[in-house]
Ligand binder design. Sequence first.
Ligand code: 5GP
Length: 173
Amino acid sequence: MSGAKIEVFIPAARIAERVAELGAQINADYAGQSVVVVGVLKGSFMFMADLVRHLSIPVRLDFMGTKSYVGTTSSGQVQITKDLDKPVEGEHVLLVEDIIDTGLTLSYLRRNLEQRRPLSLKTIAFLDKPSQRKVEIQADYVGFEIENRFVIGYGLDFEQQYRQLPDLCVLAG
Ligand code: 5GP
């Protein structure tokens, strides 16, 4: 963890409360239906693991991997590094993202998944930085709207470090 100073931005207890609320809302919205929950690796892994523990509807889990970020600035390029294991045609799909920043990743993934003809496609993002958008896009469910800070922890990295922190944090100094 080198010598970097890390400050808590959203504590784990507050995250847990919000994730429980989102889970309850999703259970209500999808009542009587089953859903394929698609996590976007790697940033969403912790959020997705917590979220699905609150879901009482039948779910199948799958993952996609994307690469789009170098250091702390978005490169604007999205590349699929891991695709779904199974087709989602005719299924309700809930795409789980860690954070929406420029919106480029989500907009690329939405278009990509729409082409696979799911019965429905909704998106959930743990975090949303609406001030940074380059494309007009919104998630159906958002954990927290935040200002333009570079955040780490709770699955999010800085150069592949800090993903394991249970709180959402910022690098200070
Ligand atoms: P977008 O395509 O919306 O610009 O960026 C989405 C991706 O950029 C996220 O999935 C995430 O991997 C990365 N990203 C955007 N903002 C942050 C941030 O504040 N912290 C970290 N760790 N990653 C971020």
